[in-house]
Design a protein around this ligand. Structure first.
Ligand SMILES: Nc1nc2c(ncn2[C@@H]2O[C@H](COP(=O)(O)OP(=O)(O)O)[C@@H](O)[C@H]2O)c(=O)[nH]1
Ligand SMILES: [Mg+2]
Length: 260
């Protein structure tokens, strides 16, 4: 954490725009007020929008949905950044600067897609420039085009966890490794969340026709998928893992974990 703060603080002196990557399935839990202290413009990239229930979310002015897996992603992202920087760029040109250019940094929690975004921006033809000595940054700077430069290393932020629900939700979007938590609890939380918010989709995906308790649902799923142990008892662990897999891979439906 200390190292990240040091690195980011050095980098920020040079930065014109922070690309704050968050998981679109839980925008607020992934957001971090800590980066506001740098007093830099922030464009919030609500990534993994392909897994998210977008219609239940009202984005703020500086937030955009994004999907790194989109084939046209690079162009779309550069257009979005341009649009965001346009006002500042025009102002600088008006003030007499011929070719204003901007330094970007990508920050965010683990696994939200920072590296994917950096790779996308870098594309295949980007030029890596050596870092100028004065910045003492342990990272390369990549030229994206004539006026956008990107720090090659993302700033990894840390999640603030105040309660179990936050913990479970962060596990369900893969920010926290599920091995660190009792998967039984995470999946039970998710099951109840879907019962409340995505009941029809849950019922349709697993083909059940009456509301089941979590325990009955796991038994039902084990039988349906024939997850048995040698003694013919149901394989509880395997079933829980399979359900967790369906959840994190967006198999059941598009989801917004901040839906009230
Ligand atoms: N479905 C989906 N998966 C994504 C997207 N962006 C990244 N990923 C996946 O999320 C995982 C973590 O991405 P990565 O870029 O390594 O995240 P980082 O830890 O923030 O650098 C990888 O398996 C990516 O393939 C996206 O827009 N949609
Ligand atoms: Mg990474």
């Amino acid at each position: 954490m200390k190292k990240t703060i040091e690195q980011l603080s050095i980098a920020m002196k040079k930065i014109d725009l922070i690309l704050h990557v968050v998981d679109a399935r839980s925008i607020n839990l992934c957001s971090d007020n800590w980066i506001l202290k740098f007093n830099k413009p922030i464009l919030k990239i609500c990534n993994k929008a392909d897994l998210c229930d977008q219609k239940t979310i009202k984005l703020k002015e500086n937030e955009v949905f994004f999907n790194c897996k989109n084939h046209n992603g690079r162009k779309k992202l550069i257009d979005t950044i341009n649009k965001f920087l346009n006002k500042k760029r025009n102002l600088l040109i008006k003030q007499g600067l011929k070719n204003p250019f901007f330094y970007l940094v990508v920050v965010g929690l683990p696994n939200v897609g920072k590296s994917s975004l950096i790779n996308l921006l870098k594309g295949t033809k980007s030029i890596i420039t050596k870092d100028q000595p004065a910045t003492t940054l342990k990272t390369n700077i990549v030229k994206i085009n004539n006026y956008l430069f990107l720090l090659d290393t993302p700033g990894v932020l840390f999640s603030k966890i105040n309660d179990c629900q936050t913990l479970y939700k962060l596990a369900l979007i893969n920010v926290i490794k599920h091995e660190l938590l009792p998967l039984n609890e995470v999946t039970e939380f998710a099951y109840n969340f879907y019962l409340k918010n995505y009941y029809q989709q849950l019922k349709k995906f697993y083909c059940f026709n009456k509301t089941l308790s979590f325990a009955s649902f796991i038994t039902f799923l084990a039988k349906k998928r024939k997850y048995f142990l040698v003694n013919n008892k149901i394989d509880h662990n395997r079933t829980i893992k399979a359900f967790y897999g369906d959840l994190i891979n967006g198999k059941i439906c598009l989801v917004n974990y901040e839906k009230k």
